[in-house]
Write a protein that binds this ligand. Sequence first.
Ligand code: FAE
Length: 543
Amino acid sequence: MNGNSLSGTGSTDFSRRAFIAGTGSILGLAALGGGRASAAPPPSPIPDGAHVPALVIGTGYGGSVTALRLAQAGVDVHMIEMGMAWDTPGPDGTIFANTTSPDYRSYWLRTRTKQPLSNFLGFPIDKDVPLHTGILDAEDFSGISVYQGRGVGGGSLVNGGMAVTPRRENFGGVLPSVNPDEMYNVYYPRANAGLGVTEVDPGWWESADCYQYARVGRKHAERSGFPFVFVPNVYDWDYMKQEQAGAVPRSALRGEVLYGNNHGKKTLQKTYLAQARATGRVAISPLHKVTSVTPASGGRYTVVIEQLNTTGVTTATKAVTADRVFFAAGSVGTSKLLTKLKATGALPGLNGEIGKGWGDNGNVMCGRANHMWDPTGSLQSAMPTAGIDNWAAGGAFAEVAPLPTGIETYASFYLSITKNPNRGQFTYHPATGKVELNWQTAWKQPSINAAKTIFDKINAKEGTIYRTDLFGVYKIWGDHLTYHPLGGVVLNKATDNYGRLHGHPGLYVADGSLIPGNTSVNPFVTITALAERNAERVIAEDF
Ligand code: FAE
């Protein structure tokens, strides 16, 4: 295999030792910890009037890490998730809908799909679907649609599984207030171990039909002198090998990703959440949405929760009390909640940093039209394995992404992560009761410029052109969206350096909203590692 590896896994031996060392104190706490003596899970769904020691809002990366570590320390945890459980097959016998045929399961409360690639060969490809609490939310704000996973497992249900640790030299720009030594020695290895991150077998990759598109991506990158790097993933590579061999039902090789993977992907349901449930101390209430958190007597908090049906209608409103509340509703979910709670006076102690510092991780998409002698393959694995690293020279890291249409497209497709300095802010509008984000589409221009440092050069070298048919009619850049919302409740500004919200002891933030807008690579490993770091400190000092 040519190219470098942007490794996320580190040494297995080292990460195992770090993991054991790191959890020792937590296990010690478990022995002392109060809570229930037996390990029967707390009641679920959460009853009205319940009292819980720790309530976690959201079941994505930050929430899952926090719940597991609290439970291991002997604390009973209730997780509240607005999306569905995603544990029951639909009428076609599968839990998740296929990418090429979206149905009622695919979108969060929309009557028409909003596919990230809206057009193909000039034709719009969106279609009507029944209103349902589906898995992918394309949440529209002015100037940007923010794609997010909805359900138990959060973004892990819908993402590409790319598990990338930022280059150490870039970390200061990612989380300036965090000590890189502790992250790279302890928490990144712990996160990678907990997530089940591994690297593709290079020999297999070189010959697998489903990665022809990535090999074409490598050839073009290297001919223009760009570093081409392999990135780890959470997909089960042995399963993918069997998919390629025709021995098992296909998932990544059937294009499954955006609307869930029926096989192969190690989502949080299979990793952190499975471990959390196994402690017997973690309950999860799906189709429950937190709408308010306010101080209650005795230093506790009252949490108001709406129970939803599968058309999004509130069927019950519950009020529970919690000794401690962890906001892990994702960058947008946590920012929206806290912006509203501050503006309405529900949490008056929050500081002026709430809602600020939101970024899109510089996401921008584009396609290139290759020559007929450079086919990218009709069979494409939906799990990306590599990228073009021009961060140092041009501020862009471009994922070589699949275009799994099932036919030969002669197209190369890329999601670039770029150094975009623009930051948005959430504000509450009393007239509508809504929280808005002030992002402008024009703010993507630095991202386009950064991506062009790679693709203008490749096009010139290869004698190729940009595709203009994927995001509309004659539109080159997918500059209307992000998959990587980050920030809004920034670490060491809206919270202390470990996610404790200022002004309200017992309230914490544990998700991507802590990261100030950019991670230089795909974000979930950094979100997981930061949650591991903060959970360890908070459990040691506050419980
Ligand atoms: P997240 O995973 O979004 O979890 C938040 C959870 O809270 C969700 O389940 C929500 O439904 C729930 N929630 C929100 N509000 C409420 C409320 N009021 N009450 C109850 N529950 C609530 O947050 N990242 C990578 O590193 N590699 C990739 O390959 C990659 N590919 C992606 C592809 C797609 C299509 C998308 C959409 C994202 C991708 N990402 C990828 C981004 C990644 O999934 C995302 O950064 C993380 O999921 C964010 O983790 P959090 O814990 O912050």
